[in-house]
Design a binder for this molecule. Structure first.
Ligand SMILES: Cc1cc2nc3c(=O)[nH]c(=O)nc-3n(C[C@H](O)[C@H](O)[C@H](O)COP(=O)(O)OP(=O)(O)OC[C@H]3O[C@@H](n4cnc5c(N)ncnc54)[C@H](O)[C@@H]3O)c2cc1C
Length: 427
């Protein structure tokens, strides 16, 4: 407790892809180490469109708006609010620090180059006014210091990464959601922008969207609870609803990518259900997905930008009008291949595609059309409601790196998937 003579300590909590109260170490520490916190969210124009190129579909932006608004409402219920700013964090943060007499800024570290650059820019601005930017890690099952190897020695082969990590490291318990928070007093907390405020020019394709998926922490927790009810289809080995041939589909990804759900919370909730009702293939599949998610983030961390460089001829970036036309047909779901077209249309309409659908659509673009995988990945980046840099670019690279006749070091078998595509009826 600070005495009236002491200068009170205020921490600015910069929210990014961590829009939750539960299992949020950054928030818990900010509350315990300060007299008051100022939670802030920036609607960064670079996330929506850049140089006339739309970087996020309206479906993803809607999900984000719902998620930010839900966090704001959670803070309002606790007597505070979330400060909403439209603009670049690096342009505003030093001004906020001065305006609200902030002593320190907390945020979660990201891994993709564009995201880490924003942190570096903010850190530079804060450095000039002698304020510290403290980094937290809250997007993975395992913190990097919990891994049984330094980042530079993380195995590049997924199965080795998982085996060693599962054997030698533990998934920590979740942090409890705070029940009381002291907020920095403030008059104007800013408006939640409308969709139109976030895009210059015409809005990118509006469609009905992922009808039953709504952004926000409580929505995500509710979805997880429903999944794990004993009468839910997750308890059936191969369910007829919400399933694809590779296993059960949880559709948890949009909440995980916005940080409305923490991966540790999902992990421990699934483990508790397993304990209670016994293990099954669908539970295992879900946990496997969480490990893959960690793996792709750590690969980004380990290799940085070179990780994304072309490594096979399969992705030669040729500018050819026929290829360009084929790419456009792929995007519209008009390749003539029934299976691929169904997936691509569904992606455009709902912003969601099962893992199986993503693999087949990407395999078709890279290994059948033989188009530049990076442009395919950029299209997914724009369209997916659950877009996450490390998962999207990492999975695409895995497919692009695979060569016919050889199983890739990550077990991706391009021939198996080409066979599935050939078996499917071609219109
Ligand atoms: C070409 C391609 C692009 C992809 N782009 C993204 C992306 O932008 N964002 C994204 O979250 N996932 C991406 N994935 C991974 C995966 O397809 C999705 O996470 C998954 O389909 C989401 O549906 P779900 O929540 O029902 O997954 P489930 O199968 O129920 O899995 C549970 C969770 O595990 C994680 N997960 C599962 N599989 C993977 C995987 N292969 N890689 C990384 N994480 C995984 C996800 O967070 C998912 O929500 C991509 C996969 C491919 C092949």
């Amino acid at each position: 407790m600070s005495s009236p003579l002491m200068k009170s300590k205020r921490i600015l909590v910069w929210f990014r892809n961590d829009l939750r109260l539960h299992d949020n170490e950054m928030l818990v520490e900010a509350i315990s180490k300060s007299d008051a916190i100022l939670p802030v969210y920036f609607f960064d124009p670079r996330h929506f469109d850049q140089l006339g190129f739309h970087r996020s579909s309206t479906m993803r932006t809607n999900f984000l708006l719902e998620s930010v608004n839900a966090l704001r409402q959670s803070f309002q219920r606790m007597g505070g609010d979330l400060l909403i700013v439209q603009g670049l964090p690096e342009d505003h943060i030093a001004g906020l620090v001065e305006q609200y007499s902030i002593s320190e800024v907390y945020h979660h570290r990201e891994v993709a180059p564009a995201e880490t650059q924003v942190s570096a820019n903010v850190e530079d601005r804060l450095w000039k006014i002698e304020v510290n930017l403290k980094h937290f890690i809250g997007h993975t099952l395992y913190n990097k210091e919990d891994l049984p190897f330094p980042i530079k020695d993380i195995p590049d082969v997924f199965t080795q990464f998982r085996k060693k990590t599962e054997r030698d490291a533990i998934v920590k318990a979740c942090f409890d959601a705070p029940t009381t928070i002291s907020f920095v007093p403030n008059e104007d907390w800013g408006q939640l922008p409308a969709l139109e405020d976030l895009y210059s020019g015409t809005l990118p394709g509006i469609s009905s969207g992922t009808a039953n998926l709504k952004g926000g922490e409580q929505e995500g927790l509710g979805h997880l609870r429903d999944l794990l009810k004993p009468d839910s289809s997750i308890y059936i080995k191969v369910s007829s609803r919400n399933s694809d041939p590779s296993g059960y589909i949880s559709q948890l990804s949009p909440w995980l990518s916005t940080g409305c759900l923490s991966p540790r919370m999902v992990y421990w909730t699934v483990k508790a259900a397993e304990e209670r009702y016994g293990s099954n293939a669908n539970f295992s599949n879900l946990i496997l997905g969480l490990f893959k998610r960690d793996y792709f983030r750590f690969m980004f961390k380990k290799h940085g930008v070179p990780y994304l460089e072309h490594t096979t001829d399969a992705a030669a970036p040729v500018v050819d009008p026929i290829l360009e036309a084929s790419f456009e047909q792929w995007k519209r779901g008009e390749t003539g291949h029934i299976l691929v077209d169904g997936y691509m249309k569904s992606l455009a309409e709902t912003g969601y595609l099962s893992g199986y659908g993503r693999i087949l659509a990407a395999t078709f673009l890279v290994h059948v059309i033989k188009y530049d995988w990076m442009k395919g990945a950029a299209y997914f980046e724009e369209t997916l409601v659950d877009y996450t840099a490390a998962s999207n670019w990492g999975n695409w690279k895995c497919i692009a790196d695979s060569v016919s006749g050889l199983k890739s070091k990550n077990g991706f078998d391009v021939d198996k998937h080409l066979k599935i595509l050939n078996i499917a009826a071609v219109a």
